[in-house]
Design a protein around this ligand. Structure first.
Ligand SMILES: [Zn+2]
Length: 265
């Protein structure tokens, strides 16, 4: 009888990195439901994109993405702390360099229940406008999204100098598996935040999308990346630089968060 023949070595044995990773990730995934809820009530990590030598995208009037992301993040932090009473940790609270790896490490070290990365979009097309909210996937929704993820992932030359030996593609896939445990929650959070941005900003709805943003990969909780508006669009650049618009963006993200925490919405 052929049926009882012993199979050869399992496939995982041939891929030690994957095996080690799975061993580490599995307990995390199994422990998730209780831990995720408990964490959601304690700590929110806000990640102001870029910083220090790494300015991010630059507008025609000289505004820098790194300054806008910090301003919005500080406003969002104040709102959450005032009205929700959660601990809010910023990955940076000044104009300093923080590597992508350190951003996710900060979230994990603080046992973040939610991770929100704040950015301002840049496009060659000056007319490109509106806000977008992303969650993580190895595959990008479309070509434009792929390009954006590439820019955000590679805008720091410092980054490649810090760890040139990392096998990015392999790490990306493995970490994507870790974020997969949170993909439903991340996509729900993205949708609710985007809904509030659409309602409050009066900018064009660009929807929620999936993209391989490195900053989201190592984070062990629901995580989204918000591209608030286009700094490459002169009209939106001026809005982004204004205190009033920054406050609106922060308020919209905050409202999305409130709805997210109301279960069942
Ligand atoms: Zn950015």
């Amino acid at each position: 009888m052929q049926f009882f023949r012993i199979k050869p070595a399992p496939l995982l044995a041939l891929v030690p990195a994957a095996a080690v990773f799975l061993a580490a990730a599995l307990p995390l995934a199994l422990a998730r439901p209780a831990a995720a809820q408990e964490r959601a009530l304690r700590t929110v990590v806000i990640d102001p994109g870029h910083g220090g030598l790494e300015s991010g995208a630059k507008g025609r009037f000289g505004n820098l993405e790194k300054d806008i992301t910090l301003a919005v993040s500080l406003k969002l932090k104040a709102l959450i702390e005032k009205d929700m009473g959660f601990e809010v940790v910023l990955t940076r609270d000044r104009d300093v360099d923080v590597s992508i790896e350190n951003r996710s490490a900060i979230a994990n070290n603080h046992k973040a229940g939610l991770f929100i990365s704040i950015h301002a979009n840049g496009a060659v097309q000056k007319k490109a406008a509106g806000s977008e909210t992303f969650f993580l996937s190895v595959n990008a929704t479309d070509e434009e999204t792929r390009r954006l993820a590439y820019l955000e992932n590679n805008s720091s030359e410092l980054q490649s100098r810090i760890d040139p030996s990392t096998d990015d593609d392999l790490m990306m896939i493995l970490w994507d598996m870790a974020q997969n445990a949170y993909i439903k929650e991340s996509s729900r959070l993205a949708e609710l935040i985007q809904g509030e941005l659409d309602a409050m900003l009066g900018t064009r709805n660009r929807g929620i999308k999936q993209a391989p943003f490195k900053v989201l990969t190592g984070v062990a909780c629901p995580a989204v990346l918000v591209e608030t508006a286009f700094i490459s669009n002169p009209d939106e650049e001026q809005k982004l630089a204004s205190d009033a618009f920054q406050a609106k963006v922060a308020e919209a993200i905050y409202r999305g968060l409130v709805r997210y925490l109301r279960r069942g919405e």
